[in-house]
Design a protein around this ligand. Structure first.
Ligand SMILES: *Cc1c(COP(=O)(O)O)cnc(C)c1O
Length: 408
């Protein structure tokens, strides 16, 4: 039997447009007609397969994109949403009710952290934040009302890797759901194969890859997806973070090149990480043997896609980081911008941007230092040239000083 390959799964999907087009037709409608009133009633009751009701519930193009992403993550079904946060909040509001408890990795996306820490407690849903590699502390945090262990496969911004197999064992033992945000490692890691119950992506990042829209998806069992879309009780149906059909069409087109893009992002990031490390810079990349989770990542990944497009570099201070980022932008090496997965390199100082929701003391306890720059490495054609130009910028700003250079 062929082993599971996410890119092949996407490749094998074939849809025809209404007039035989090679792209599926976009249904430009918010509402749908029924030939009989009885079918309309059945559809509201959730009993009429293949019928559309209203586009907040589902639309043909959203189902195509959802199906492609379910194939990619090896789950029965999926549902696309207007943003990654739309997916995360719908899933957590579906799985957890008042008085429930969540265990979450403490190194997660700033928006998710803020939702767990500041928003859910008003519904009496509390979260214990843990070091996701400390299984003893995770088990000790489990309470009778715990429902979920939540983590990111590769965490933002520190690129720590969660041991999904081990976490899934803990979840099975205690009857918890393992919910994994796989935004940083599409194709590279398939969380469902390692035991995740629900897999989430911000499509905004690598999957769409064009930095022209926000979008999200959650992947899970058909039963779970149906529950979230239930017209009377479903979190996604009732909170309403629906993706627009036009957008799902454009994301579906970009998804087709994801496998090629991921390989190039990973190749370029690995190239820079190796050289920066040799230059004596404080660089962190899961592909480097010096990264604390290098072996774990190797054991979990589909090797052909590499270790991903993200790396971090500690410039020492916020001032030095800012100076370097401004200079790199002037030199057309990329943009001083948050987000990731674009064709150009994007860089931002995590402590003062995407992780600024996390209080300063907690940031430093996690290891997010003030001068930490997160790079999302682009699809640069000539990465050797990029490296030379970046190194010039580092010399000019003193991030790379003469002592470190002279060693090599
Ligand atoms: C960007 C991001 C999100 C949030 O997604 P949006 O599309 O911005 O709502 C969630 N998790 C991770 C890891 C992200 O990088």
């Amino acid at each position: 039997m062929e082993t599971f390959n996410a890119a092949n799964e996407i490749q094998d999907l074939q849809y025809f447009g209404e007039f035989g087009g090679v792209n599926p037709s976009i249904s430009d409608s918010s509402t749908y007609t029924f030939l009989s009133a009885k079918t309309m009633f059945d559809t509201f009751e959730g009993n009429a397969d293949g019928c559309y009701l209203y586009s907040r519930h589902s639309s043909p193009m959203n189902l195509y994109l959802s199906q492609a992403l379910a194939k990619m993550e090896n789950t029965e079904a999926a549902n696309v949403t207007a943003s990654g946060m739309g997916a995360i909040t719908s899933v957590l509001m579906e799985v957890c009710k008042a008085d429930d408890h969540i265990i979450s990795s403490r190194t997660i996306y700033g928006g998710t952290y803020a939702f767990l820490k500041n928003f859910l407690p008003s519904f009496n849903i509390k979260t214990t934040f843990v070091d996701i590699s400390n299984f003893e502390s995770i088990e000790n945090s489990i309470q009778p009302n715990t429902k979920v262990i939540y983590c990111e496969t590769v965490s933002n911004p520190l690129l720590e890797v969660a041991d999904l197999k081990k976490l899934s064992e803990i979840c099975k033992k205690h009857n918890l759901q393992l919910i994994v945000d796989n935004t940083f490692s599409p194709l590279s890691v398939s969380p469902q194969l390692l035991g995740a119950d629900i897999v989430i992506h911000s499509l905004t990042k690598f999957i769409n890859g064009s930095s022209d829209t926000v979008g999200g998806v959650y992947c899970g069992t058909q039963e779970f997806i149906n529950d979230t879309k239930n017209v009377n009780t479903g979190a996604c149906m009732l909170l309403g973070p629906t993706m627009d059909s036009m957008r799902s069409a454009s994301i579906l087109k970009n998804l087709r090149t994801l496998h090629i893009r991921m390989k190039q992002h990973s190749y370029n990031a690995m190239y820079l990480a190796e050289r920066f490390e040799k230059d004596g810079l404080k660089v962190s990349y899961p592909g480097l043997p010096s990264h604390k989770d290098h072996e774990l990542m190797k054991s979990m990944m589909n090797e052909e896609y590499g270790f991903g497009g993200l790396l971090t570099l500690d410039a020492g201070t916020t001032e030095k980081a800012n100076e370097l980022m401004e200079l790199m932008q002037q030199e057309n090496l990329g943009y001083l911008a948050v987000s990731l997965g674009f064709y150009k390199t994007l860089f931002s100082c995590s402590g003062s941007s995407t992780s600024s929701e996390i209080p300063e003391e907690e940031r430093s306890a996690m290891g997010i230092s003030d001068g930490l720059i997160r790079f999302s490495i682009g699809l640069d054609h000539d990465i050797e040239r990029t490296y030379r130009k970046m190194k010039e910028c580092m010399k000019k700003t003193g991030v790379l000083n003469h002592e470190t250079i002279s060693i090599y």
